[in-house]
Design a protein around this ligand. Structure first.
Ligand code: NAG
Ligand code: NAG
Ligand code: NAG
Length: 347
């Protein structure tokens, strides 16, 4: 008899759970509740490396962006200010190597392209002076190699190419370039260029609908051929097919308070690492399987001190270390994966 009632109770619980589950999927209030619960039980994946860099006196301006050359274990930082070195180069171990100062006016975003054949650093420049409204490519020693856009002239043209405030870019090993333009101003565009700088596809409209943007601020590409864009003003991430430019989906549900300002993947592509500027917060969001974008789900987060203002970040493809450019704190900080997580992707 006791066993009978035990079974009835068990079946009842199961049914109640089913009903609750189906309700949760429809109810925004309950979904929020589930979000809060998972928030509290989130995993810890990373810790701050207080020893990086060895000496912090090299940061003399507002540190807007950072880029990692994983192959050569170098970290590039760009900062804004008067009479300062605009670009600083560190090793991943935290030693300062060199700096450069020329032809960078007002850096916004950067990318380190690193293959066996070529190492280069790309910087977007949103200055209004004679270097501004451009994206520039440098050698790893700071020699200017290439200029995209029309220096000193803002615009929306494609031939010749013009930018207003290009926010960031991502360069594939093939040389194909993805540009988000921009950080306010004339343009709200995502542009794909071939390695010889021909426009392959573009989404160029301001707005809130699919494939439209409001301050597209950061862009990254995964190995499944999906392009991820932090559409900051629309408080969402949008996803595109890298070959066709086709819109694949969007995530709105993680960013109700503030839009994402930065997107990068961990080396195992298990998580997207996202910065929220004014909230001074980093989010680790589960990357969805190929073929479905679904809902965004926060697995872990790091709350930084008030007014640290993490702007853009980059992740080492080798070590998984995250480097965060903090405009408010005027420094770059390094976060390293905990051993338990590191060993899971580094075998
Ligand atoms: C950077 O370049 C500017 C313009 O050429 C110059 O005035 C300034 O002194 C330089 N600063 C440093 C730290 O080299
Ligand atoms: C983009 O559209 C929004 C409204 O959807 C408007 O407030 C904003 O001024 C527009 N921006 C540009 C650059 O046209
Ligand atoms: C952050 O706050 C500042 C000042 O209130 C505001 O101008 C800016 O638009 C905010 N940025 C984001 C990404 O919400």
């Amino acid at each position: 008899m006791a066993r009978f009632w035990f079974c009835v109770a068990g079946a009842g619980c199961f049914l109640a759970l089913l009903v609750l589950h189906s309700r949760i999927r429809d109810s925004p209030v309950l979904r929020e509740f589930v979000f809060q619960v998972s928030w509290r039980t989130e995993e810890i994946l990373y810790r701050l490396d207080v020893g990086w860099p060895k000496h912090s006196e090299y940061f003399t301006g507002a540190t807007f962006c950072v880029a990692v050359d994983s192959l050569n274990r170098l970290v590039y930082v760009a900062q804004r200010g008067e009479n300062i070195q605009k670009v600083l180069v560190f090793t991943e171990d935290g030693y300062f190597l060199r700096a450069w100062n020329y032809t960078v006016d007002t850096p916004h975003g950067m990318f380190a392209a690193s293959t066996l054949h070529e190492q280069s650093v790309w910087i977007t420049d949103v200055g209004s002076g004679s270097y501004g409204h451009t994206i520039k490519k440098y050698s790893s020693f700071g020699d200017l190699v290439q200029v995209l856009g029309t220096p000193g002239k803002k615009g929306s043209g494609l031939n010749p190419l013009q930018f207003d405030n290009p926010a960031e870019l991502y360069v594939e090993d093939t040389g194909d370039i993805y540009i988000v333009d921009g950080d306010g101003g004339l343009n709200n565009r995502l542009i794909k260029l071939s390695q010889d700088f021909m426009v392959l596809w573009l989404h160029g409209e301001n707005g809130t609908g699919p494939a439209k943007f409001s301050i597209p601020h950061s862009v990254t590409v995964d190995s499944a051929g999906r392009v991820w864009v932090a559409d900051r003003g629309n408080k969402r991430i949008q996803v595109f097919d890298k070959d066709t430019g086709e819109w694949l989906g969007a995530w709105n549900n993680c960013f109700t308070e503030e839009g994402p300002s930065s997107v990068r993947f961990t080396p195992d592509e298990k998580y997207l690492v996202i910065a929220q500027l004014n909230l001074s917060r980093l989010l680790f969001v589960a990357a969805p399987p190929v073929g479905s974008i679904g809902y965004c789900s926060v697995i872990s987060s790091i709350q930084l001190a008030d007014q640290v203002l993490p702007h853009l970040l980059d992740v080492s493809g080798k070590t998984g270390a995250i480097y965060v450019a903090e405009i408010g704190a005027r420094q770059v900080q390094k976060y390293v994966p905990l051993n338990s997580y590191f060993s899971s992707f580094h075998s």
